[in-house]
Design a protein around this ligand. Structure first.
Ligand SMILES: Cc1cc2nc3c(=O)[nH]c(=O)nc-3n(C[C@H](O)[C@H](O)[C@H](O)COP(=O)(O)OP(=O)(O)OC[C@H]3O[C@@H](n4cnc5c(N)ncnc54)[C@H](O)[C@@H]3O)c2cc1C
Length: 279
């Protein structure tokens, strides 16, 4: 196990976040040691706004066996393909590409989501084409010193959230996928990809605000004329109003100023999780 003090900015897609103690766990024994004091679990840091002062808790990252795994050999036929156990630290984009190469259908709706498998389960990541809940076969969770293999129905997966108990760590996952032609998988992927056109490619944490019922946060932000608004090096994207981007060296304080401004003016609910104290 590696324990090091690093800036969380190195581990978040928004590239924001101060010094914290990072515990990279590689075995059940590591998990037990790392969880013996207050902790948080870090996936790929793609839904987080982390304080410039970092967090006081241990930050657990999944490494070793928990960051490995592949979809397994596919037999011909139409019956469902149950994948081997895949480490929750594996990144979703890698699995989506593997599924395309292997001719396995089911992960296409998750194309373009920069999550770890564990973070995607915790948030029930998805798009309008489907969500991870649709393809889960079983989920292994480490909680209160024990491993549990859960049926996805026990996770309380709902729209972009789950009811995993606080502190529960998703360690490994099995998927249920369907053998399909590469052409069919590629066709659905290109449809999902097309729906992402117009999303900024620069450093961000995805959509900052939840869509209010029957409306789109991005549209409201655009209509209010907030696109291009800056605080330090943070900016509301010109391409998509619901994206706050780091144009280079932005602090959490900069990002937070924009968040507060939008919230005060438009009363939108934040989508991201906040780690640590913000000014
Ligand atoms: C460019 C961009 C596009 C995006 N598009 C989408 C989209 O289309 N759809 C969508 O749903 N989301 C999208 N997101 C948001 C984000 O990718 C998801 O919320 C994702 O599920 C977060 O996963 P993560 O591994 O990065 O988790 P993190 O951001 O690291 O953590 C998020 C939460 O999950 C918890 N967590 C992480 N790993 C584990 C684990 N192993 N066990 C238990 N808890 C864990 C963390 O403690 C935290 O509470 C996008 C983000 C970006 C930057």
């Amino acid at each position: 196990m590696k324990v090091e003090r690093r800036n969380l900015a190195e581990f978040t897609t928004l590239a924001v976040g101060g010094p914290s103690e990072i515990w990279t766990v590689e075995s059940p024994e590591d998990l037990e040691r790392a969880t013996s004091a207050p902790y948080r679990v870090l996936g790929n840091g793609s839904n987080l706004l982390v304080s410039d002062r970092g967090v006081p808790e241990r930050v657990i990252r999944l490494g070793g066996v928990y960051a490995r795994g592949s979809l397994g050999r596919v037999r011909d036929g139409n019956e469902a393909h149950l994948t081997p156990w895949i480490g929750a630290g594996v990144l979703l984009p890698a699995l989506v590409q593997e599924a395309l190469q292997a001719g396995l259908s089911g992960l296409e709706p998750l194309l373009g989501i920069p999550a770890s498998v564990g973070g995607a389960v915790r948030m029930n990541a998805g798009t309008r084409y489907g969500e991870i809940a649709d393809v889960l076969e079983a989920v292994e969770v480490f909680h209160a010193g024990l491993f549990h293999v859960l049926d996805p129905a026990e996770l309380g997966l709902e729209y972009r959230t789950s009811h995993l108990p606080p502190g529960a760590i998703v360690t490994r996952v099995r998927f249920r996928l369907i053998p399909a032609s590469k052409k069919d998988v590629a066709t659905l992927m290109s449809r999902v990809d097309a729906a992402r056109k117009g999303q900024p490619k620069r450093k961000s944490a995805g959509c900052a605000f939840k869509n209010p019922p029957g409306d789109a946060a991005g549209r409201l932000i655009d209509e209010a004329g907030f696109k291009g608004l800056r605080a330090g090096s943070a900016m509301i994207s010109h391409e998509h109003g619901n994206f706050i981007i780091n144009t280079g060296g932005a602090s959490a304080k900069d990002v937070w100023k924009l968040v507060k401004h939008v919230q005060e003016e438009l009363n939108l609910e934040l989508e991201w999780e906040i780690w640590g104290e913000l000014p």
